[in-house]
Design a protein around this ligand. Structure first.
Ligand SMILES: Nc1ncnc2c1ncn2[C@@H]1O[C@H](COP(=O)(O)OP(=O)(O)OP(=O)(O)O)[C@@H](O)[C@H]1O
Ligand SMILES: [Mg+2]
Length: 179
């Protein structure tokens, strides 16, 4: 079963509270899908192979079991530890189950194209966003604006954190959103 199937609704459910200035991100779990994958892997004698597949690999059981939880927790820990200016502040996490993040003014698809965000990311990171995390950086729905500067709202995966850790300050300073 791939993650493009109808049942897949993302790794987290996001509720927006404009008056409070926050969003709440609730981890999603797909226990039955994970269980079927697990049972098929046992039947196909691929159990060990699947067991070792990382959380971010579509089709792994960890992906449907814990990705939302892991993403939530890592966004919280990462923001707490590094306070990278490119990351949208995460205020609180209940063990990754529920996160509270500052609300952002999201970038639209049209703006992403108009500002050539992907092209800017590509150049400013010396192509590393392309090598490590192209799916994520190519999607404007992962970014917001704060005082005329770009920030990322979805930064829980290891690949994203790797790019953000190395290039976040530069991206925050140099990405142009006024062109
Ligand atoms: N801080 C925020 N402020 C406003 N809207 C937000 C914020 N964080 C997330 N959203 C909204 O929720 C959507 C999904 O958020 P996010 O990408 O963080 O979650 P996700 O579970 O990783 O989703 P996906 O798997 O679709 O990438 C965003 O595209 C955006 O529309
Ligand atoms: Mg996202």
């Amino acid at each position: 079963m791939g993650n493009n199937d109808d049942w897949y609704k993302g790794s987290r459910r996001v509720f927006i509270f404009p008056r409070l200035g926050v969003v709440i991100k609730i981890a999603r779990f797909y226990p039955l899908v994970g269980l079927w994958r697990f049972l098929y892997s046992v039947q196909d004698k691929q159990f060990l192979y699947f067991l070792k597949l990382p959380v971010d690999i579509l089709g792994s059981y960890w992906n449907v079991w814990i990705k939302g939880l892991r993403d939530n927790w890592m966004e919280f820990a990462d923001y707490l530890l590094y306070r990278n200016p490119f990351t949208q502040p995460c205020y609180f996490s209940l063990f990754g189950l529920i996160n509270v993040q500052k609300i952002g003014r999201m970038v639209t698809e049209e703006e992403g194209e108009k500002w050539d965000l992907w092209g800017q990311f590509f150049d400013l990171t010396d192509r590393e966003c392309y090598y490590y995390d192209n799916h994520h950086f190519v999607n404007p729905a992962n970014f917001c604006l704060e005082n005329g500067k770009l920030r990322i709202v979805d930064y829980g995966s290891p690949a994203t954190r790797q790019v953000v850790k190395k290039w976040g300050v530069i991206l925050h300073e140099k990405v142009r959103v006024d062109i």
